[in-house]
Design a protein around this ligand. Structure first.
Ligand SMILES: Nc1ncnc2c1ncn2[C@@H]1O[C@H](COP(=O)(O)OP(=O)(O)O)[C@@H](O)[C@H]1O
Ligand SMILES: [Mg+2]
Length: 313
């Protein structure tokens, strides 16, 4: 049987460029050479478009993207592949764009009766003081995040208006983004990944997420020498609720293939924080661990996704 021509995109212009290389390494390590003829396409940080010519002249059968954040995750690359008529694993244009915008995606989740933290959107350049009334309703502490960010970059927990003003200014200046301010939910953090197969939407194991401080930050995510998640110790009825919320969120946001749902459990309330359509796939990331806990290697997981997408019209 001919090998499947698989194109792996990695790098990219976003701030998560280096993480993408780690995802690429884990993908290469996990896939079977006898099954796949892999071509790597490096998208340079400076946005140089040299890779496109080679890609278009000799297109792969299917693309597996190791890109994270920015144009790799927000529907832009997905639209490019779609225009070229090249199949790719994972969420398509609409879903990618929706999930990348934390504020908009939460509106959809709310409408689907999924619990999410209360929020306010502060547009780039706006003074957060304009929202004093709303903030008083939300009550401190709050958390300020780049609305289209990732990897916990630029996030700050704020106890008052002056720290919030600083956090907003930092996000506007450093990350050129709007700020989503949310009620800070204290509780334990869990994650549940969703995987779509031909007839069903399945979930991987519910994982407790290891965080050192109040927030699951960049160092927690990428400096770990072991998996950043472990099988949850929450009672089964909570796990079942988490799994069904993860599936519901996946469907509400029109995700495809796979996605990783970040959640916080506070008493018996389960809040969805965000849905990631191109989550980290590094050796210590949550998806490989979630898959292995079901007896599936990361390679098996990718095989299934590739098989699923190749079959779809
Ligand atoms: N409303 C919130 N309350 C408490 N912690 C939060 C909240 N939102 C985010 N966090 C913390 O910040 C981390 C990153 O936030 P998230 O929205 O997932 O953004 P990113 O896209 O950067 O991963 C979360 O994993 C969690 O630890
Ligand atoms: Mg997250």
């Amino acid at each position: 049987m001919d090998r499947i021509k698989l194109g792996v995109l990695y790098g990219g212009t976003s701030i998560e460029n280096e993480i993408s290389k780690r995802s690429r390494d884990n993908i290469i390590l996990s896939l079977d050479d006898e099954k796949y003829d892999i071509t790597l396409y490096a998208i340079p940080k400076n946005g140089d478009k040299g890779w496109i010519k080679e890609f278009i002249n000799n297109p792969p059968d299917i693309v597996l993207s190791a890109l994270h954040g920015g144009k790799g995750e927000n529907g832009t690359i997905q639209g490019f592949l779609h225009t070229l008529g090249i199949k790719y694993i994972g969420s398509k244009v609409l879903s990618s764009a929706l999930c990348m915008d934390k504020y908009i995606s939460k509106k959809i989740l709310r409408q689907a009766k999924i619990q999410v933290p209360g929020d306010i959107l502060v547009k780039k350049g706006e003074d957060p003081k304009v929202y004093t009334e709303e903030l008083n309703e939300l009550t401190y502490p709050v958390i300020a995040k780049p609305n289209r960010g990732g990897s916990s970059i630029g996030i700050a927990v704020c106890e008052n208006m002056s720290s919030l003003e600083l956090a907003c200014k930092n996000i506007f200046d450093q990350y050129d983004d709007d700020v989503i301010i949310e009620k800070f939910i204290s509780g334990s953090e869990v994650n549940c990944s969703v995987m779509e197969t031909e007839n069903d939407i399945e979930v991987l194991a519910v994982l407790d997420v290891r965080k050192e401080g109040a927030v699951f930050d960049f160092d927690d995510k990428y400096s770990a020498v072991q998996s950043i998640g472990s099988i949850t110790t929450l009672p089964i009825f909570m796990q079942d609720m988490i799994k069904s919320i993860a599936k519901k969120a996946f469907k509400a946001l029109r995700c495809r293939g796979y996605a990783c749902v970040d959640m916080i459990v506070s008493a018996e309330n389960i809040y969805v924080i965000e849905v990631n359509t191109l989550p980290g796939l590094t050796v210590n990331s949550l998806i490989p661990f979630g898959a292995s806990s079901l007896g599936m290697s990361f390679g098996d997981f990718l095989d299934k996704l590739i098989e699923f997408e190749l079959k779809e019209k």
